[in-house]
Design a protein around this ligand. Structure first.
Ligand SMILES: CC(C)(COP(=O)(O)OP(=O)(O)OC[C@H]1O[C@@H](n2cnc3c(N)ncnc32)[C@H](O)[C@@H]1OP(=O)(O)O)[C@@H](O)C(=O)NCCC(=O)NCCS
Length: 146
């Protein structure tokens, strides 16, 4: 399974976006998930963004990024007909390992609270649900214009 993983490229993005758009449980944001913004994110975080290609099709993807302090994982998805084969684990672990390799020893997966299945997956992998931390967000009024 690990052999099927490779780094995400700019050329993958239309196919990755298609996968994400057709995956329940993920929410795309217009500002950060536009093709331009994703291209910028992936080029800044090349070591932490992965796809799984099966034939000519992208069947799995994850993007990770870091501010140099912690790692953040977003948008893990495996195509419905390819689940429960170990691809999701391989993507998650590749991303965490890529952070470990640059000395980032803690990373966080972003899961919506209305996605208990997604949370169940991360917990099954041994990732810890945090009771001691909450996210508080400043949302710029400019976001309305995106
Ligand atoms: C979550 C998701 C990525 C899992 O992908 P997958 O390829 O089916 O996962 P894997 O086959 O690698 O599963 C790895 C392990 O987790 C377990 N698992 C998979 N989905 C699970 C779930 N929803 N709850 C609990 N355990 C789960 C598997 O049984 C497997 O166990 P094992 O290694 O002990 O045998 C996939 O279901 C998906 O794309 N879901 C929609 C998007 C989403 O919710 N993403 C995560 C939140 S951002």
């Amino acid at each position: 399974v690990i052999d099927a993983i490779r780094a995400m490229t700019k050329e993958d993005l239309p196919f990755v976006l298609h996968l994400w758009r057709t995956t329940d449980g993920l929410t795309l944001s217009e500002d950060v998930d536009s093709p331009e913004a994703l291209n910028e994110f992936v080029s800044r975080n090349q070591a932490h963004c992965f796809v799984i290609e099966h034939g000519k099709r992208i069947i799995g993807a994850i993007i990770g990024g870091t501010d140099g302090r912690r790692g953040y994982l977003y948008h893990l998805a495996v195509a419905q007909d390819q689940r429960k084969k170990g691809y999701g684990r391989a993507l998650a672990e590749s991303c965490a390992k890529s952070f470990e390799q640059i000395g980032i020893l803690k990373c966080h997966a972003m899961v919506r609270s209305d996605n208990p299945e997604g949370r169940g997956f991360w917990e099954h992998l041994g990732w810890q649900r945090r009771e001691d931390v909450e996210i508080l967000s400043f949302i710029s009024p400019r976001l309305r214009d995106c």
